[in-house]
Design a protein around this ligand. Structure first.
Ligand code: PEP
Length: 251
């Protein structure tokens, strides 16, 4: 491991009102106050960001958003700009989650634009890639990832990407209870790191954190984290309960 600090990130998706989000964050702060060896991020819905930001200020928990739009401002009803996220206290932003690709028309091209706008606003992009069950069955996993990474990271220099976090999230494992085995995750993470090395050089490949996401739970996190190229986890369902999430953080 090359000094890649583990990152455990919680994606709350479209769950929790403002008061529920604040309560969850307050509980989590108490549970993980002693976690010095791991970075922690939670991504509540947009509506709760500013309030949760007050709760996590000065703690070891950072705030993330689940999406952004690449323009700085304008007539884009319903969208949220990078500066709005920064002003709400966000440090991270999830980009290209499979649910956004599946239900909201997110493409590798939009992912690319979003990464650029996140980076230029000083946000840390957490970029999701991953294959469907059918693609895995057809042995297309690596070609799907090739395309997502090639197009998603097109036209960047290594320097642009030195904070970027990649998240390997096989779609068949998201919210299904089917976790990739630690070996399956390692195989893909190693492949992704080799791709980054080929495209951007050894230094970025060695420093880039690659998270695994897909039905991560307290009872499978330790084995996943024991793999050489697994640098953390992006957690959906199991991040909604502070006690469960704190157990994952304390893997
Ligand atoms: C996710 O939403 O990124 C995710 C991995 O969800 P879950 O942990 O519920 O599978």
């Amino acid at each position: 491991m090359d000094n890649r600090r583990p990152l455990i990130a919680g994606n709350w998706k479209m769950f929790k009102t403002c008061s529920e989000a604040v309560e969850t964050a307050e509980h989590l702060v108490k549970l993980v106050s002693a976690c010095a060896d791991v970075d922690i991020m939670i991504a509540p819905p947009f509506t709760a960001l500013a309030q949760v930001s007050e709760v996590v200020k000065g703690t070891c928990i950072s705030l993330g958003a689940q999406n952004l739009f690449w323009e700085t401002e304008g007539a884009y009803t319903g969208e949220i700009s990078p500066a709005m996220l920064v002003s709400s206290g966000c440090r991270y932003v999830i980009i290209g989650h499979s649910e956004r690709r599946q239900y909201f028309g997110e493409t590798d091209e939009s992912v690319n634009r979003k990464i650029r706008s996140a980076v230029s606003s000083g946000l840390v992009p957490v970029v999701c890639v991953g294959e469907s069950e059918k693609q895995r069955e057809l042995k297309e996993t690596f070609s799907v990832l090739d395309k997502q990474v090639k197009k998603g990271l097109d036209n960047f220099s290594p320097g642009d990407l030195n904070t970027l976090v990649m998240a390997y999230e096989p779609i068949w494992a998201i919210g299904t209870g089917k976790t990739a085995s630690a070996e399956q995750a390692q195989e893909v993470h190693e492949y992704l790191r080799a791709m980054i090395e080929k495209k951007f050089g050894n230094s970025l490949a060695k420093s880039m954190r690659i998270l695994y996401g897909g039905s991560v739970k307290p009872d499978n996190i330790a084995e996943l984290m024991s793999m050489a190229d697994v640098d953390g986890a992006l957690v959906g369902g199991a991040s909604l309960d502070p006690l469960t999430f704190s157990k994952i953080v304390q893997f």
